[in-house]
Design a protein around this ligand. Structure first.
Ligand code: EPS
Length: 391
């Protein structure tokens, strides 16, 4: 069965729900890790008042017994403390759509002038449920030596130049965790905070770039045989499905279009001392491909960058139209974030992780963790001994 997830829940409804299907039995669920990711998603410089109300933590309603998966669908619940959807005084209708939000298109689509019907679900609050699903998938990835590292690369015009490698990322994770804006470079981090602060005083909002590196993928996850088997396409779709993301790049991404092939493609060499590593000894002096060639992992780290647009709720408003009167007006202000870029890096990390886990279970379908480990080991042994007799 394919690994899938679905979320439910409105921003100010009673709870968010995450339903994950297709995980093997026998996977130890690290609730501390999952709740830690939910806490990270709530944090970051520039968040609004909502995060002072919520204290996100997951309750398992099904699929887990005595701390381990049993192969059945996993239902998780994250309660909303600020639950007030049916209270019209505290959650009044919204008639003045915010440019950049789902308000206008959703209201027309569902034939209403109350944007709240749309915005409650379009809200990035839903990403808490996505992070829960991704963090569960990461419990599996970590058991087979696959790790993910996400951080903030840029806020508006402030950019961090840090190079991330397989040997540097552990230290960079510590630096990231010490940063209020989840950026591992302390000077860039301070400049980003300053930039967000300035934007706040201007009653405006800021987006930026977030980046995720995945280490330890075996060669051959994803497939070039069908268009929808390509892992870069799936990661791209999943990342573009995150609220407010406007572009996604793998490795060198868009820049690849402006260079000749010799300055884009990563030369292949063989280092027999690395036969036992996930790259099986096929080393590269660069990783412009971002770990994906032909829609398949190639043994190098998978590198994904996403661009988040600025939050659509501006303190100073934007030109808009009242949906009831059709008269020109300023867009509605609802409590919101000035920048949720730090949170977006956590969402990216977990969304990418889920796609990697899905591709892993496609290559190595398994009812139990024992079978998953055995089939991964068997593949690594076979692939590490190429050429094989009698293939
Ligand atoms: C968010 C919760 C929301 C917003 C924000 C993200 O809470 P509330 O609407 O109660 O303040 O702060 O949502 C949006 C950015 C948006 O556009 O709707 C969260 O938990 O991430």
């Amino acid at each position: 069965m394919a690994l899938t997830y679905r979320t439910a829940g409105e921003s100010h409804g009673p709870a968010l729900i995450s339903l994950v299907e297709g995980l093997p039995a026998g996977l130890a669920i690290d609730v501390g890790f999952i709740d830690g990711e939910l806490r990270r998603r709530q944090g970051g410089y520039g968040r609004g008042g909502r995060q002072r109300i919520e204290s996100d933590a997951v309750t398992f309603l099904s699929g887990v017994r005595l701390g381990k998966t049993i192969g059945s669908p996993i239902a998780m619940q994250i309660p909303n403390r600020d639950s007030r959807l049916d209270d019209l005084e505290r959650t009044p209708p919204v008639h003045r759509p915010r440019p950049g939000h789902a308000d206008l298109a959703g209201s027309v689509k569902w034939l209403t002038t109350d944007c709240r019907e749309t915005l409650e679900r379009a809200s990035a609050r839903e990403t808490a449920a996505r992070v829960a699903a991704g963090a569960v998938a990461r419990c599996l990835l970590r058991e087979v030596g696959i790790e993910c590292f996400g951080f903030v690369r840029a806020v508006l015009d402030v950019r961090c130049a840090t190079d991330v490698t397989a040997s540097s990322w552990h230290a960079l994770r510590e630096a990231r965790d010490a940063s209020e804006v989840y950026c591992p470079d302390s000077a860039a981090s301070a400049a980003m905070i300053e930039r967000i602060h300035r934007i706040k005083t201007e009653h405006d909002t800021a987006g930026g770039l977030v980046e995720c590196h995945v280490f330890g993928c075996p060669i051959g996850l994803g497939s070039c045989m069908t268009w929808d088997g390509r892992l870069d396409g799936r990661i791209g779709g999943a990342v573009m499905g995150i609220q407010a993301f406007k572009s996604v790049e793998i490795g060198l991404g868009r820049e690849s279009a402006f260079r000749p092939g010799s300055q884009v493609h990563d030369p292949i060499s063989f280092d027999p001392s690395r036969r036992g590593e996930r790259d099986l000894g096929f080393t590269r002096s660069s990783n412009n491909a971002g770990g994906l060639e032909g829609g398949m992992t190639n043994g190098m780290p998978v590198v994904v960058t996403g661009a988040m647009k600025p939050i659509a709720t501006l303190g100073k408003g934007m030109p808009s139209v009242d949906l009831n009167t059709k008269e020109a007006t300023g867009s509605q202000y609802e409590r919101s974030d000035v920048s949720a870029i730090a949170a977006a890096s956590v969402v990216l990390e977990n969304v990418v992780a889920f796609e990697i886990a899905r591709a892993l279970l496609e290559k190595f379908p398994a009812d139990t963790m024992i079978e998953l480990r055995a089939s991964l080991d068997s593949f690594l042994t076979l692939a590490g001994n190429l050429p094989l007799d009698g293939r």
